[in-house]
Structure formats: C-alpha cells, structure tokens
Write a protein that binds this ligand. Structure first.
Ligand code: ADP
Ligand code: MG
Length: 735
C-alpha cells in the first residue's frame, strides 16, 4: 500500500539511470500482482499503454479521487442514510448467501452486525465470489445504499473479506485514472511499491527554491507525492480533488518547469543548427516586387517584414510565428520573405492546409512574381502523376524558385535543390510532424546525400528558415507554454479602408428575409458567401444539405448566378468554381466549410452562415473573415435554429459583440479549455497532465524564471528534472 512509502527516503541515490531503466516498474508491478489482477504480463502491457514504464512514471501517476475506508458505520446507521447517494462502509458477518433466478440470475448475500441486517446484490458474479462470501465470513463492504423494494440494499458493492476486528486504514484510498483491465488494487500496489523504491532527490537547486520560487514556499516533492497518493484521514479532501492543495502546487510547478526547460532547450538546440544566411539585398526581386505592389504596406506589415528579414539574414534557422487577424495581410509578408530567399539564390516553399487556399496562393503569387521572371510551381495531391512529376523535377533542378501547395509538398518524392525558406500558412491546421517534415526538406535526405544547401553550410545540421502563419491568436499564457520556443511577430493593424463587419443573428425561421438580403447585395454589385451547416456525423449528409441549399437558392434567385463548392468536388472543378467567383462571374457561392481558411475575394460583402450554432468560435471568426476585405460595408448573418444551447448562445453572442480575433480567442479558451483550443494534434503528448492553464496560468511566470536560472547555472539539475518529468516524451515538445 502507498502507506509503506512513508519510510524516510535516502537523499542522494537517485541516479538517472535507475529511473530510466525501462521495464523495472513493470517488473515490480508484476511482483506486486494483486489478487484480482490478470496475468502480470498483460497487466504490464496495459501499464505501458498508460505510459507507466518507469518507477518514476508510476510515482507521478496521481489519483483522481479517493475513497474513504477509514470509518465504519453500524449497519443500522448506514440504512438510515439510504437513498442519499452517499458511499458508506459497513462490516458484518454473512447470514445467508444464495443464487436466485428471479427476475434474473443474481447472487443475494445478507450480512448483519449487532445493529441490523443488509442485503448485497450482485448481478454479475464469479464462483469465487460466492465462496468469498460464504455464510459466516466477515465482510467489509463499501457502496451506495439504496432503499430497495425489500428494504435497504447495496448493488455491486466493493467487498473485502477481513478477520473480525481488523484495523481500519488511517489514510484515504486513492483511485487512479486507469483503463479497463487494470484493476485499482493492482495499480495501488504497483504505485505503492514504486513510491517506496524510488528515491526522489530534490531536482530544484536551493538558489532556485530560495530565489525565483521563494514566494511559493514549495514543499519537498516526496512529501507532496505521499500526501497525494495516500492522504491522511483528516486532509481537506476537497482541496485534493480540486487540485488546490499545496501538494498539488508543487506538482504543477514541477510539471510547468519541465515544459519550460524542454522548450527553451529545443530553442537553444535550434540556434545551434545552421541555416543559409540570406541577407536582404537591394536591387533584386524584392525591390522590383515592392515597386510593383498596388498598395503600400501597413506600418505593422513593415515592422514584421523587418523582423523576418533580420532573422533570415542570420546563419541560424528562423523559427517565427507570424500572427495576424484574418485579413491583416499575411500573404504579402510571406511573398516578401520568399523574394528575399530567392534573391539570395535559394528556393522557398509555401504550404497551406487546403487545396483551395493553396491554389489561391499559387494564383496570387504567380501573378505577382512570374512577370518578374520567377518560376512558381504548384503541387497538390490532386495533380495528375505526370504533372506532379514535372513539378517535382522543376523543384529538384532548382529551376522552380517557389513551390506552393498542400502537404503534397512534404511527400518523399519531392526534393528541393536549395530550400532556404519554408512558410506554413494556417499553421495550426497542421500537425507537428508535418511542419517538421517541411523543414526537413533541406536536410540531408535519407540516402545520406546532402542537399546542396546542406553541403554549403558550415557546421552540423542545416535547416531552412521557417515562417509559420496563423490567424488564430494565441492567448499569452498558451503562447508562453506551448510556443515558448517560437519568436512571434504580430500584425496588429488591418489594411486601411476596411469597415468592420456587422454581425447579426437571425432565426432560421426568417430565411426568406435572408434570401432577400442576398438579392439586394447582388443588385449592388456585391458578392455573397452562403455557408452550409456543418454536419459532423456525416460528410454525405453535409453534402446533401449543400446541394439542397444550392438548388433552393438557384430557384429563389433566378436572375443571379449561383455556384456550389464542397469538399467532394474534383479539384479541377473546385478550382474552376473558385476562379468564377473570384472573377465575379458568380454572385453567390454556396459552400461547405472548405472555404473556411484564407480565401480572399475582396468584392464579397455578405456572409451567410447557416446553423451557425454548430460551428466553433474560431471557425466562425475565420468564416466571417472572408468578408470585410474590400472597402464596402460588409455584413455577416449568423442563422441559428432555436432553441440554442447555453454554449451555442454564448458563442453567437461573442460573435455579435466583437470582431477582435484576440478577444474571440480569449473567450474561446474560456468556453473550451486549452486542450481543445489547441487541438489534439497540436498539443499531442505535450499536453500538461496536472497544471491547468485556466487556473494555474499564474504559475507559468514562476516556472519560466526558474527555468532560466536552472539553464544558466544548473545544467545537471535540468537533466534530472527533465528525465523525471518527461522521460522519453521530450521530443514531442520540439515543434
Ligand atoms: P490574411 O492575413 O488573412 O492571410 P491576406 O493576406 O489574404 O490576409 O490579405 C487580405 C487582403 O488584403 C488581400 O486582398 C490583400 O491583397 C489585401 N492587402 C494586404 N495588405 C494590404 C495593404 N497594405 N493595403 C491594402 N490591401 C492589402
Ligand atoms: Mg491568409
């Protein structure tokens, strides 16, 4: 039991090697096999599945709640509390034990003490249980008492045979997060064993504990762990469950610190890599392009262009996130960065998450750059094999200076001659692995043959400069934790002449009025998006709805040209429809969410979103961002079906109240919590297990300061801390 761990721990024998030895925990757990556990090997495999490989992993597997087995109630008292939904523990001797077959097969056991008798009912049971509960056996029973038809009873209580008078534990019993198949008894023994075996010397150096962390008055980790695994009876159980207990504070700080250390280290590692220095050069493509631009860059664009240009001039890889609300003009910034790379004799790649967006970038950038003599190629999954091969050949020979596409760009068959810059648009839509893959395109390939860029650069690994772009603003606390190793540039100004989009909520019942609005907008020479409802359960159903909406609108608006675009359309047709809409040959575009990101048609001024209550905030913000791109006053109509759920109502109200992407992200975070906000792919294994950024964000500052001090002065402590907390998982943080 965890209680055995309260023996004093030796202080300095915590060799990292011992902690790291895989299989040790599992073996120990096997040795500690509890009565109800299955074969040790399968239980071990399940422990591994839970990520519990080392002793220290077990030790850091913390209870989610507790059971109070420290007190016994006389049966009569327990019966008095029946029906209150309380879990109680009683002890009694079995007076009868029989299998009844009415209304279905079940085991009915009665136990009694001096005060009364209680019925236990088991609908599923093993022969061994019948024996354990034979007449005369003394049982300790825990469960909820119901007022049954024949008197108070417990259905499926937890039962343990005891010797009469056996002492009660003086500590609460932990209940651990588990998967089916790992019984709690097994986990408790495994964890208790690990806790008593694992020396946990302090990883935080005294100057850190007494310096940046002094105010927190942190308790020693072993004390905190013992408290959490095996709390004394009199503990404030609520504080443990709410994770506000001081013991939790230590755990959370340690975890956040590990995250900070890891991120800062990967940042430093990146600085050690080389990248081709591509300083800005006057008189080249960049100059010509700027001169040809039909508009002047905003102050914010100029500032971020400078920041990026400076990074790209350095011999270390840029790792920069360009954040700017929808419509703030990030594409042009990416184009300028590409020009700088091309001027320096390198290639650039631009990857976008959807084919529509990638295609639009391709059209825009080739229109800008091909007149200046730059070869731009297009690479997407939908390309015919031959076209793809041709494009790949141009990329490989170096003739193509700029490659634009979807994740087709990161396929193995695509090799760059001299990739100097990789740009990832709407980066939050990609997984970590995909972003790393694009960066990997300038590293020596799998055959060991270095790319040209690799051969030329001095030093070890060479990677291209990387620019990531996102319209999803990341609230500060998230940025500090998940993106601590990124440099961030922000475009905080929209191009001039934009009028904010007016947002209205419209009950679905008023669809006719909405169609009338569409009519008016088109009569004024404006264009309209009509976004069909998101139907998460079924793509086919979503498609069907889109087709129906399209047909309704065609019938209702005979004088207008209406187009339809959805994910199932062959790419060539999709592109043709988008092209028609861009060129104003279509006035109304009925679309599924394929148009969510990036699409840019400045003449569109009305956005209708059907069943807006089904969309998330970030998605609504992106969709709304498709209008308000020109100088005309734009309107977004959010159609909803009543009644709205509380969160649906909250989301729509947010949309009506603000167009500020940061504010929307902040509320989104509030409504959804950070895990969902970032998306599973984004955060992956890096998710914090214990710290909760909604409540513990204030600890991040402490963790950050402590991390800086440790990295600067205590490298060994850094290693020990990371090993303890992250073990083999560290690479997941190196996004
Ligand atoms: P996003 O940041 O959402 O990717 P885009 O790059 O698509 O935004 O730009 C939105 C629109 O604003 C485009 O039509 C683009 O040509 C235009 N634009 C960008 N910068 C400026 C500027 N400085 N002045 C005027 N229009 C601009
Ligand atoms: Mg964009």
């Amino acid at each position: 039991m965890p209680g055995t761990a309260s023996a004093p721990l030796p202080d300095n024998s915590d060799s990292p090697a011992a902690q790291e030895t895989p299989g040790r925990a599992a073996k120990a757990a096997g040795a500690a096999k509890g009565g109800t556990a299955g074969k040790p090997s399968s239980a071990m495999a399940r422990l591994h599945k839970l990520g519990l490989k080392r002793d220290v992993d077990l030790v850091l597997h913390l209870p989610m709640r507790y059971e109070d087995e420290t007190t016994l109630l006389p049966i009569a008292d327990a019966i008095g509390r029946a029906g209150l939904g309380l879990s109680v523990q009683v002890e009694g001797v079995v007076t009868s034990n029989e299998v009844s077959f009415r209304p279905r097969r079940q085991l009915v056991v009665k136990i009694a003490d001096d005060t009364g008798e209680l019925t236990l009912r088991f609908l599923n049971f093993y022969g061994s249980q019948t024996q354990q509960m034979a007449e005369g056996a003394c049982l300790r029973v825990r469960g909820e008492l119901r007022g049954g038809f024949f008197g108070a009873e417990m259905v499926h209580p937890t039962v343990r045979a005891v010797t009469p008078g056996e002492a009660l534990p003086d500590r609460l019993t932990p209940v651990y997060p588990s998967t089916a198949g790992i019984p709690q008894t097994y986990l408790r023994k495994a964890i208790g064993g690990a806790l008593s075996r694992t020396p946990l010397p302090e990883t935080l150096p005294l100057p850190v504990l007494q310096g940046p962390l002094a105010q927190l008055k942190l308790r020693p980790l072993p004390d905190c762990l013992r408290m959490l695994h095996s709390p004394p009876q009199e503990v404030d159980e609520h504080a443990l469950i709410e994770r506000s207990h001081p013991a939790w504070q230590r755990i959370k700080l340690d975890e956040l610190l590990a995250q900070q250390l890891s991120l800062k280290r990967s940042q430093a590692a990146r600085r050690d890599k080389s990248a081709p220095p591509m300083p800005r050069r006057a008189g080249g493509l960049l100059t010509a392009f700027l001169a040809a631009l039909p508009f002047k860059l905003t102050g914010a664009q100029q500032r971020v262009v400078e920041e990026i240009a400076k990074d790209m001039g350095a011999p270390h890889p840029m790792h920069r996130l360009l954040q700017g609300d929808v419509g703030s003009g990030k594409t042009i910034v990416a184009a300028l960065a590409a020009c700088q790379a091309i001027d320096a004799g390198y290639q650039a790649a631009l990857m976008a998450p959807t084919e529509i967006l990638a295609e639009q970038h391709y059209r825009k950038l080739s229109a800008w750059l091909e007149p200046l003599g730059v070869k731009v190629v297009w690479l997407a999954g939908s390309l015919k094999t031959r076209a793809k091969r041709e494009a790949a050949a141009l990329v490989e020979s170096g003739e193509a200076k700029l490659a634009i596409g979807t994740h087709a760009l990161i396929q193995d068959s695509i090799r760059f001659a001299r990739l100097g810059l990789s740009v990832v648009d709407e980066q939050h839509r990609f997984g970590v692995a995909q972003r790393l893959a694009l960066r990997g395109k300038a590293e020596p390939d799998a055959t060991g043959a270095p790319t040209k860029a690799g051969r030329e650069a001095k030093g070890g690994e060479t990677v291209p400069h990387q620019l990531m772009m996102s319209a999803t603003p990341i609230p500060r606390t998230l940025a500090m934790t998940y993106y601590a190793d990124l440099d961030v540039s922000v475009i905080d100004e929209l191009p001039p002449g934009r009028t904010p989009v007016v947002t209205r909520l419209v009950n679905d019942a008023r669809r006719d009025e909405v169609i009338e609005r569409v009519h008016h907008a088109a009569a004024d020479g404006r264009q309209v998006y009509w976004v069909c409802p998101l139907i998460e359960e079924s793509e086919a159903l979503q498609l069907q709805t889109a087709v129906e909406t399209y047909e309704t609108l065609v019938a209702a608006l005979p004088e207008l040209k209406v187009g339809l675009v959805h994910g199932r359309l062959p790419p060539a047709e999709k592109a043709a429809v988008m092209e028609d809409f861009t060129a104003n040959r279509l006035q109304v575009l009925v679309a599924t969410t394929v148009i969510e990101v990036g699409v840019d048609v400045p003449n569109a001024s009305l956005m209708v979103i059907e069943h807006a209550e089904r969309f998330g905030l970030a998605q609504l913000h992106q969709l709304r961002g498709r209008v308000g791109r020109g100088s005309a006053e734009s309107v977004c109509l959010l159609m909803y079906q009543a009644p709205l759920s509380p969160t649906g109502r909250e989301r729509l109200a947010t949309m009506r109240e603000t167009t500020d992407g940061f504010e929307i992200a902040r509320r989104d975070l509030q409504i959804r919590g950070p895990g969902e906000f970032l998306g599973a792919r984004q955060s992956g294994e890096a998710m914090l297990r214990f710290a909760d950024l909604n409540t513990d964000a204030w600890l991040v500052d402490y963790a950050q300061e402590a991390a800086e001090m440790m990295l600067a002065r205590f490298p060994e402590a850094v290693e020990a801390h990371l090993l303890r907390w992250l073990g083999g998982r560290e690479h997941f943080l190196k996004a």
